[in-house]
Design a protein around this ligand. Structure first.
Ligand code: SAH
Length: 243
């Protein structure tokens, strides 16, 4: 029986792969990877390494999660070093926890290898710090995926604070998200940024307000994330990557 490395691939820029992740990729017998993991990482694998694509778009899976769990497990029965490569960090909306549990129940050894999460790195490449002295003392990372459900689990009322709010998987719900935030009392001119394909050469940031960001940003390509908060204004002074 092999060991599974539930590994973060970082947000896009291949240089943001951790040294530890690179090491396990180089030793892997099989790499099971997602759409959001930069495929250029695979050239680092040794000769004879097998590649299995279980691509998924946002939370719409082309292969259901229980099938992915089983694919990982079956490969751990066959191979010594199994790398499960996921975009960003494996435990930030990455379902790495479920994969770990599935393997534990079947007696397969695993390790988590943290990755640089898009939630922080993508705003950072856009020149938007998620916290900034004198502007905000905290940030939240929230799923933007479930906002269309009738009964949202998101405690919107808690979002009245000055926290920076980062929505992942939210572009297709941008109108709902901005509407909700206005409903709970945020000013219509509250700053918002949408960042598409962050940390890659195609990165594009669009800045607006709760009122106009939907019209400005709705057609941006995915993956994209939404940053809400006064920190967005700091981009005027800190933009460095898209210059
Ligand atoms: N585990 C990942 C997040 C998975 S959820 C992480 O830690 O980064 C997938 C969502 O992440 C996407 O819908 C998008 O909102 C965001 N995302 C991932 N990579 C991104 C990128 N390069 N640019 C913008 N958003 C990105």
């Amino acid at each position: 029986m092999g060991k599974v490395y539930l590994t973060g691939a970082g947000p896009g820029d291949i240089d943001l792969l951790t040294v530890k992740a690179l090491r396990v990729v180089q030793q892997a017998d099989v790499i099971i990877y997602d759409r959001l993991a930069n495929p250029d990482i695979l050239v680092q694998a040794k000769e004879g390494c097998e590649f299995i694509y279980v691509g998924k778009e946002d939370s719409h899976h082309t292969i259901p999660q229980d099938e992915i769990n089983e694919i990982i497990y079956q490969n751990a029965l066959k191979h010594k070093n199994v790398v499960r490569l996921k975009g960003g960090d494996p435990l930030v909306f990455g379902r790495g926890g479920e994969e770990g549990m599935y393997l534990r129940e079947r007696g397969i050894e695993f390790e988590f290898i943290p990755g640089v999460t898009s939630a922080i790195a993508v705003p950072e490449y856009a020149g938007i710090p998620v916290t900034h002295r004198g502007v905000t003392v905290s940030f939240r990372v929230v799923t933007g995926h479930e906002s269309r459900k009738e009964k949202s689990q998101i405690p919107w009322e808690n979002y009245k604070t000055d926290d920076t709010i980062i929505f992942l998987m939210g572009l297709h719900n941008l109108d709902k998200i901005t509407q909700k935030l206005i409903e709970i009392g945020k000013p219509k001119d509250h700053p918002v940024a949408v960042i598409s394909k962050g940390t890659t050469p195609e990165e594009k940031t669009v800045v607006g307000t709760l009122e106009d960001i939907y019209e400005k940003a709705k057609d941006l390509p995915t993956p994209a994330l939404i940053v809400v908060g006064e920190v967005v204004k700091l981009r005027d002074q800190l933009n460095w990557f898209e210059c």
